[in-house]
Design a protein around this ligand. Structure first.
Ligand code: ZN
Length: 382
């Protein structure tokens, strides 16, 4: 007599869920596909729950359309993440065959979650905002609205008096880059603990945080775009209320309060290192900004081994910057130090952790270290 095994139940109908089931009848070959972003062809982010796993047995999954994703080369050297409790996320053996991504789990529990990266949930986002207001001394300065009406809180530490330096951090314009909001959690965490080294300088600064610029995209499990199908980090020259209200809101707030230092926090799918991109291609780029960029990078390298200056994007030619990017647009508009900060989906190969790869906790620690470097460079900003 043959006993039928209980079938696998695969779900993604939750916050940041994304998967399509093609055929889940064979536990050795569970066929899946990633669903494209709404009104967009982009896809790469995945996140789903599997129930009915048999402890002690190896289960094998295939993302059949991985090779057609936005960053198809990024699957080389990539390991998927899994968790039994949505707290502890670990890498699982993965392999890209040029068309599909294969990964497997030798299960110890009947239920498991899989994702492209340790997800930052909307529930955790609500707690982050609450901690910022109730424990870190921040105020809710303004609330933007996404295309679908979700809140976009702008938090501020400091009283907004004239003469104070204005530091801005924004995160997760690209909604699949969940490491960006983990980074913001690190900043809020650091502000909760009085730090003799930071306190005197923090007293001179207004710190502006937008922890999640693209809540619709994050909720829907998008990689790249908002609910209108727009890549928000290509919308900084023509943001409008219908298709990019998220960017319009931040631009209006920056115009109102000013910017002396801007950091736009992202994740990079391909490059296994933390790195920055800056404003060298801006028409208004000056030796003053170049010197500030180099100083900042040198000091961040002193601060942490989870940063480096060797690997990253190619430099823009003089005057050829794409001003649709937040970093370039803000740097040009406010003549200020301005960076895109990129963290890996894979690992930071200068200081790797094979069990977790780059993850939420390391992103949060980097947020603390970057904040310290920002504070250090404050006196030189103008
Ligand atoms: Zn990005």
């Amino acid at each position: 007599m043959t006993l039928a095994l209980p079938s696998l139940d695969i779900r993604a109908d939750f916050d940041s869920g994304n998967i399509q089931v093609i055929d889940a009848s064979d536990r050795q070959h569970v066929r899946l596909a990633i669903r494209p972003d709404t009104k967009s062809q982009h896809f790469q982010w995945f996140h789903f729950k599997v129930s009915g796993l048999i402890p002690g047995e190896v289960h094998r999954f295939v993302l059949e359309n991985a090779g057609a994703s936005t960053f198809s080369r990024a699957w080389q050297g990539y390991q998927a993440v899994a968790s039994y409790d949505q707290q502890d996320w670990f890498r699982v053996p993965s392999h890209f065959d040029g068309k599909a991504l294969h990964f497997e789990l030798s299960s110890t529990q009947p239920d498991a979650w899989f994702a492209y990266f340790e997800p930052y949930s909307r529930t955790r986002h609500e707690r982050l905002v609450s901690d910022a207001l109730n424990k870190a001394g921040m105020q809710l300065l303004a609330v933007g609205r996404s295309v679908e009406g979700r809140d976009i809180p702008l938090l501020r530490l400091g009283n907004g008096q004239p003469g104070r330096r204005k530091l801005w951090f924004i995160a997760q314009q690209h909604p699949g880059e969940h490491m960006a909001e983990w980074f913001m959690e690190g900043i809020v965490e650091r502000l909760q603990h009085s730090d003799p080294a930071l306190a005197p300088l923090l007293a001179e600064v207004d710190l502006y945080l937008v922890p999640n610029v693209n809540p619709d995209g994050a909720f829907h499990g998008h990689l790249r775009t908002n609910a209108a199908g727009r890549d928000l980090n290509r919308a900084w020259q023509d943001a409008d209320a219908e298709t990019a209200p998220e960017v319009l809101f931040i631009m209006q707030q920056m115009e109102k309060y000013g910017v002396d230092l801007f950091i736009d926090v992202h994740g990079d799918e391909e490059i296994p290192h933390v790195f920055t991109a800056a404003c060298e291609g801006n028409p208004g780029y000056t030796p003053r900004i170049a010197q500030l960029e180099q100083q900042f990078r040198d000091w961040l390298c002193e601060q942490t081994q989870d940063f480096q200056q060797v690997h990253g994007y190619g430099r823009s030619q003089p005057g050829q910057a794409n001003l649709n990017l937040a970093c370039n647009s803000v740097g040009e508009t406010f003549d200020c130090l301005s960076f895109t900060l990129e963290m890996p989906f894979k690992d930071h190969d200068d200081a790797p952790n094979p069990r977790t790869g780059w993850n939420g906790a390391r992103s949060a620690q980097l947020g603390k270290d970057v904040l310290a470097t920002c504070i250090r460079i404050l006196p030189q900003l103008r």
